[in-house]
Design a protein around this ligand. Structure first.
Ligand SMILES: Nc1ncnc2c1ncn2[C@@H]1O[C@H](COP(=O)(O)OP(=O)(O)O)[C@@H](O)[C@H]1O
Ligand SMILES: [Mg+2]
Length: 247
């Protein structure tokens, strides 16, 4: 059981950005992708999610053996792929609870009872060490970076996808949000999920232990290793990493 990417080539506006990326995220595992700015990490995430700007010109993406790379984004979500939102919509008058219920109904093709759903949501919020008052906040309105991450973890725990692609561009999470993110990821993985975690953020890796670390440069995976590779990058940076140990 895995999210499997084989030899993925992606173009954005006629320019080749991903040049043959292969990786595999198994269930119960966390695969971390790191790399300098502009190396193609978000392109990878968006291509898996099915963003129309990202033109897959070669390769395959499968979820538990089933190809998904030709499906529209909502179909990919129904196959169990979750992509963190880079831009959270601001919807005054619509609570987080309401927003999540709509997302739940859409993914599961059903109409869940609002009160029953709220009870589930309260449980999930407590598991994530979140104050339940957060559920009543207006969707996206005045969200801090940390609150965006909290929403993302709630989405993950409610929608229960098979595989989550988390593009963690924020570097300024407070301890509170960091704990919720770590807790969300660890709970999700323990429950059988697989995570592709894109991060620059070494502090997160003190709380979430990667099973594999991949380094991306110029649209290719140039190094593969275990959690020690993330430590080495933190110590030496990308510039000092010569490409001699490509696997
Ligand atoms: N929507 C887009 N429009 C134009 N260029 C893009 C777009 N998305 C990515 N790119 C280009 O692709 C390259 C990789 O970007 P990106 O995937 O965002 O890198 P990273 O997330 O590693 O910083 C950059 O040169 C960037 O300008
Ligand atoms: Mg990025």
């Amino acid at each position: 059981m895995s999210l499997d990417i084989q030899n993925l080539h992606v173009r954005v506006k006629e320019k080749e950005i991903l040049r043959g990326v292969s990786l595999c995220v198994e269930k119960n595992k966390v695969v971390v992708v790191m790399g300098p700015n502009g190396s193609g990490k978000s392109t990878l995430a968006n291509s898996i999610g099915g963003h129309p700007t990202y033109d897959i010109t070669g390769g395959v993406i499968t979820v538990d053996g089933e190809p998904i790379h030709t499906l529209p984004p909502d179909e990919r979500a129904k196959k169990g792929v979750f992509l963190s939102m880079q831009y959270i919509p601001e919807i005054p008058g619509v609570s987080i609870a309401h927003f999540l219920r709509t997302a739940y109904n859409s993914v599961f093709d059903q109409t869940v009872n609002p009160l029953k759903f709220y009870k589930i949501l309260e449980e999930k919020a407590k598991e994530l060490l979140l104050d339940v008052s957060f559920l009543k906040r207006d969707m996206g309105v005045g969200f801090s970076g940390g609150e965006k991450k909290k929403l993302e973890m709630l989405q993950l725990s409610v929608l229960l996808p098979k595989y989550a692609i988390l593009d963690e561009t924020d570097s300024g999470l407070d301890v509170d949000a960091l704990r919720t993110v770590a807790c969300g990821i660890n709970n999700f993985v323990a429950a059988g999920g697989g995570v592709l975690l894109i991060t620059h953020y070494h502090r997160l890796l003190e709380y979430v232990t990667p099973d594999a670390v991949l380094i991306m440069e110029q649209g290719s995976i140039v190094q593969r290793g275990g959690k020690e590779l993330a430590k080495k990058i933190e110590r030496d940076g990308y510039a000092n990493d010569k490409k001699h140990d490509i696997t």
